[in-house]
Ligand binder design. Structure first.
Ligand SMILES: C[S@@+](CC[C@H](N)C(=O)[O-])C[C@H]1O[C@@H](n2cnc3c(N)ncnc32)[C@H](O)[C@@H]1O
Length: 236
């Protein structure tokens, strides 16, 4: 992707995430942050027999998904590395960790997923919820998945949720706008990359759900249409 386009997208994204995180409080009714996503809630008990659990949350935001994991495993050796490009997200993540009594479990890192080197054979769970489509190119997307594959240890789980086939429309005019996502893959292509990368793994969940919602942009509110791909698998 050309540098100016990448900068433009990241500027727009920064703006919309700052707006969303400033207006919405974690686990508060009526907010998109009101609860963790169901896929994550469902996978939490899968680690119940573990003494020690190492988690990586890529594009963690303010902790919607990782804080409930930290709460569940608070009495074990549970360490969650939380990576986000946005300083405000990590600031709020730490405040939320403090509020929910899980400071010792959460390690916030302000970094782009592009530059975050995933340590090999280190994690029991790696999740990327609505974040991998924000890496800087399709090549990085594929490479990062390989890194995730290498970074998870035996019996560990990968949990990916990513937007595909994205279209944006100006709410006022109805005009189609360039989607403010760095990587916009066709749904089938995304599914194929996931399946190929984790071809030796046991697939636990694979779904595609069409969604539509409003999102703040520089030009005003846009309507986002997307096919959300969920892929969850276990390394045998
Ligand atoms: C839609 S939010 C999802 C946040 C969180 N995963 C959740 O489900 O609540 C996307 C998050 O990814 C972060 N993000 C976007 N691009 C990123 C990148 N290249 N590297 C790391 N984080 C990124 C944003 O700052 C934002 O917090």
């Amino acid at each position: 992707m050309e540098d100016t386009r990448l900068k433009e997208i990241r500027k727009n994204e920064r703006k919309s995430h700052i707006e969303m995180y400033s207006n919405d409080e974690l686990y508060k009714e009526g907010s998109w942050l009101r609860r963790p996503i169901k896929t994550v809630v469902d996978l939490i008990p899968l680690f119940d027999k573990y003494e020690e659990i190492n988690v990586l949350d890529l594009g963690c935001g303010v902790g919607r998904n990782c804080i409930c994991i930290a709460q569940h495993y608070h009495d074990r050796l549970c360490k969650i590395d939380c990576v986000d490009i946005l300083d405000l997200a990590i600031e709020k993540l730490h405040a939320n960790a403090n509020k929910y009594g899980v400071t010792s479990n959460i390690c916030g890192i302000v970094k782009s997923i592009d530059d975050y080197q995933i340590k090999g054979n280190n994690y029991d769970l790696v999740m990327a919820i609505s974040s991998l489509e924000h890496v800087d190119s399709k090549e990085t997307f594929a490479n990062k998945l390989q890194e995730i594959e290498q970074g998870i240890r035996k019996n560990g789980i990968v949990c990916l949720v990513a937007n595909s086939n994205i279209k944006e429309f100006d709410k006022k005019t109805g005009n189609e706008m360039p989607p403010q996502f760095e990587v916009n893959l066709l749904t089938e292509e995304m599914q194929t990359i996931f399946e190929k990368t984790f071809s030796e793994w046991t697939v636990l969940k694979t779904t595609v759900v069409d969604q539509q919602y409003d999102i703040p942009r520089d030009s005003g509110i846009c309507e986002l249409k997307t096919s959300v791909v969920t892929f969850m698998a276990r390394k045998e």
